[in-house]
Design a protein around this ligand. Structure first.
Ligand code: ADP
Length: 426
């Protein structure tokens, strides 16, 4: 059966966030790293293509998003979802508006919503103004964001500055009346010549009503919140089974390892907790800089231990130690030396028979995924908020299935590396 919902996320972690929401809402979901080149499997309800287009030049962001749309159209998607941040991260020039307009045009459509609201994370929209907790967006920390400073909380005004078409507003009083009233408001705005409507939302109930009202829209543009409200449309239409176990993963088996390149506080605690209980090998950046074969040493060390239970290989260090390394080697050089080594170690571990791998650190995970030739992730059960188990999708079909948990720095409880395995079939 064809994929139902095709999503384009403007950054990687945003893509993961959306994919997690869709799984929770009962859709079997795959997150692709970049534009998919090959057709995907047939037991998938939603695909999230994660781009890096949030702060790219406008033309590049449009071209990449259109390429993603074409790939998703080939999968037969019934509806498309352009996902951006719940703080509407963009400048007066883009990229949310221009990408939204280009996608609308490519789909032969002329109307969509703009709704970054995510009430569970205290992002709400009232009278078109975006709030972060108790503050207007423009009074929040986003005011000083280095790349996309948000100095206007009026989403109507901000989006209007980015697009050629007209932007309207669907107010909370309408949203409260439910699906039929919202749909009528959309029709009225369309008749007035609007191409976008910002939609107020203060609660998950609002997101559910808005989601229902978007059933016939070819494109939805939103934060991840609206993902709560869309799957019910496919169920109503008989396209999505009720009670589907959306987070089931194929069993991978294999040995278990953790590779950690994150130096964040949470990860330091997790490394300390695992080092207490399981064999651990420290990757020393100074040794790497000296040209010692640390990768070979780590793999030889792991080879004799990994059959007996999970092993930990880590570069994780205290802020003082990291500063000392950076002062001597340079921040970028130190980062890439460690990332390359950990990526090589991860590859070697897979060759040793590791089939279940936790990687700590956003950049570290990027390097590991690249070295392993992984192009996508089938999203499985959540270990801690924001960190699911996944199974890698690889170009190389001969590669054994690999369960991966990609944990960004500050996520997870202190026992994350010890408890995560119990969520997988061994
Ligand atoms: P996080 O998600 O916590 O930000 P990342 O993997 O994104 O983690 O970033 C951590 C960076 O620190 C990576 O570039 C990694 O290679 C680097 N790094 C890891 N350990 C050390 C170390 N001991 N000294 C210097 N840099 C390190």
């Amino acid at each position: 059966m064809a994929v139902l919902l095709g999503c384009i996320a403007d950054d990687f972690t945003g893509g993961t966030d959306l994919a997690g929401m869709l799984v929770k809402a009962g859709m079997r979901t795959v997150q692709m790293i970049g534009v998919p080149q090959e057709p995907l499997g047939d037991d998938i309800d939603a695909v999230v293509v994660a781009l890096k287009s949030r702060t790219a030049p406008v033309d590049e962001a449009i071209a990449e998003s259109l390429a993603a749309l074409r790939a998703l159209q080939k999968e037969g998607c019934k509806q498309f979802y352009f996902k951006y941040c719940s703080t509407f991260d963009s400048t007066a020039k883009g990229n949310i508006g221009p990408v939204g307009e280009a996608l609308l045009q490519a789909l032969g459509s002329n109307f969509t919503i703009a709704c970054p609201a995510f009430p569970a994370n205290a992002r709400t929209i009232y009278k078109g103004y975006l709030f972060v907790g108790d503050l207007l967006l423009s009074d929040s920390g986003m005011r000083n964001h280095p790349l996309t400073p948000m100095t206007d909380a009026s989403l109507v005004r901000h989006l209007q500055s980015q697009v050629k078409g007209k932007v309207g507003l669907t107010e909370h009083s309408t949203v409260l009346k439910g699906e039929v009233a919202i749909r009528a408001r959309f029709k009225a705005l369309q008749a007035e010549g609007c191409n976008f409507t910002v939609v107020d939302a203060l609660s998950n109930d609002d997101l559910m009503s808005i989601g229902l009202a978007c059933a016939d829209m070819s494109l939805v543009t939103a934060g991840s919140g609206i993902a709560l409200g869309l799957p019910q449309n496919f169920r109503r239409a008989g396209l999505l089974a009720d009670g589907l176990v959306a987070d089931a993963l194929p069993t991978t088996g294999g040995l278990r390892a953790v590779v950690s390149g994150s130096c964040s506080i949470a990860t330091q605690g997790q490394v300390a907790a695992m080092r207490d209980k399981q064999p651990a090998f420290n990757v020393d950046p100074f040794e790497l800089a000296r040209g010692t074969d640390v990768v070979g040493a780590a793999l030889a060390w792991a080879a004799s231990r990994v059959k007996d239970g999970p092993v930990l290989i880590y570069a994780t260090a205290t802020p003082e130690a990291v500063k000392a390394v950076q002062a001597q080697l340079g921040t970028e050089k130190a980062g890439s030396l460690v990332e390359d080594a950990l990526a090589g170690i991860a590859k070697g571990l897979v060759n040793l028979g590791v089939g279940q791998l936790i990687v700590a650190g956003g950049e570290t995970a990027g390097a590991v995924v690249k070295a392993l030739g992984i192009t996508g992730l089938r999203i499985g059960p959540e270990i801690d908020p924001g960190v699911p188990w996944t199974v890698g999708i690889s170009k190389d079909v001969s590669q054994k299935p690999l369960a991966l948990a990609l944990k960004s720095g500050n996520f997870g409880t202190p026992d994350f590396f010890l408890k995560a395995w119990s969520k997988l079939a061994s």
